[in-house]
Write a protein that binds this ligand. Structure first.
Ligand code: A3P
Length: 345
């Protein structure tokens, strides 16, 4: 009898213990995904304009995994239909600027449950051959998403390519345009560093930055050098303003995105009429990389590739001073047009 009671007690303790461990594991798992486990809102809130309904968020973590599989091309047509997945044209595009932090911005925005990124740069609007393939070709390049989500793509060459504003306007005249900028001289050196690395990889030699940035005949800034021209932000923006009002642009501070990404991302959420969902939990500083990295949940996090955050070569200070002086009036104009002022020298 006593033996039977003891066995029963042991059994009960075992069940209670299992329940306690199960609950604990569940809680631990949830901590990592609290941001993403928001209640699901009604299905048909689209990319709302200001004042209208916010974009509803999908709720369940597992759906993100499912979507990931679909994006990798592991979905059958039936699964796509069943889950109501679509390939949508972007509602917002990161149009530039090259080396401004375009990849970091895209990846960080992708932390938002209502955002789906196009992983590759599509180069639809700046490449004549691609553009000739038509808008359906472009749409088919987009990732699968739920109808209430928004797709974002980034192709930094759009910002400086002559034909692009008109082409994007023809696709969607109310599209939202994101431009991420850095202090122009730093951006130009970053641009140079990328090209230099490409040459070195092919065992080629290359000029020093100073030689490219300064015209040896006049000793003035060489405005024919592409890395310099790209940093004259106002010149490019003025071309875009022939098609889109300034309200359709949002300027992201690329230098601040490096040191303090969250407030910059919150401004973008606001601009895109997205409910604030990216939190400090999603961003952690990785001392080894020297940059913020991304945390999606308790198990999944990632840093950007090593090609982001290169060490810049030392540049002669007189050349830096000359460049900064050269960019100064263009910067002033850029602040005036955009309404966003930076502490650039
Ligand atoms: P550097 O390589 O000059 O440091 P893009 O993606 O437009 O090519 O921009 C690259 C720049 O993104 C890098 O320039 C780097 O400074 C910046 N960046 C911003 N946030 C970053 C992050 N979290 N991780 C790595 N690079 C980041």
């Amino acid at each position: 009898m006593l033996f039977k009671q003891q066995a029963l007690l042991r059994q009960k303790l075992f069940v209670l213990g299992s329940l306690a461990i199960g609950s604990l594991l569940y809680l631990v798992a949830r901590v990592g995904s609290l941001d993403r486990l928001q209640p699901l809102c009604p299905i048909d809130g689209r990319f709302a304009t200001r004042g209208q309904d916010e974009i509803p968020l999908r709720a369940l973590q597992f759906k993100r995994g499912l979507l990931h599989e679909f994006r990798k091309g592991n979905a059958t047509k039936e699964q796509i239909r069943l889950h109501n997945l679509v390939q949508q044209l972007p509602k917002a595009i990161i149009i530039g600027v090259r080396k401004g932090g375009t990849r970091a911005l895209l990846e960080m925005l992708n932390l938002h449950p209502a955002v789906v990124k196009a992983s590759q740069e599509i180069h639809f609007f700046d490449n004549d051959e691609n553009y000739a393939k038509g808008i359906e070709w472009y749409r088919k390049k987009m990732p699968f998403s739920y109808p209430h989500q928004i797709t974002i793509e980034k192709s930094p060459a759009y910002f400086i390519t002559e034909e692009v504003p008109e082409r994007i306007y023809k696709m969607n005249s109310s599209i939202k345009l994101l431009i991420i900028v850095r202090e122009p001289t730093t951006r130009a050196i970053s641009d140079y560093t990328q090209v230099l690395e490409g040459k070195e990889r092919k065992n080629k030699t290359y000029y020093k930055f100073e030689k490219l940035a300064i015209d040896p005949n006049t000793c003035e800034v060489n405005t024919k050098y592409k890395a310099v021209r790209t940093s004259i932000y106002t010149k490019h923006l003025e071309r875009w303003l022939k098609y889109f009002p300034i309200e359709q642009f949002h300027i992201v501070d690329g230098d601040r995105l490096i040191t303090e990404p969250l407030p910059e991302l919150q401004l973008v959420e606001k601009f895109l009429n997205l409910p604030p969902r990216i939190s400090q939990y999603n961003l952690y500083f990785n001392a080894t990389r020297g940059f913020y990295c991304l945390r999606f949940n308790i198990v999944f996090n990632k840093c950007l590739a090593g090609s982001k955050g290169r060490i810049h070569p030392e540049v002669d200070t007189s050349v830096i001073t000359k460049l900064r002086k050269f960019f100064h009036p263009f910067n002033q104009k850029f602040y005036q047009i955009t309404g966003r002022t930076f502490n650039w020298p």
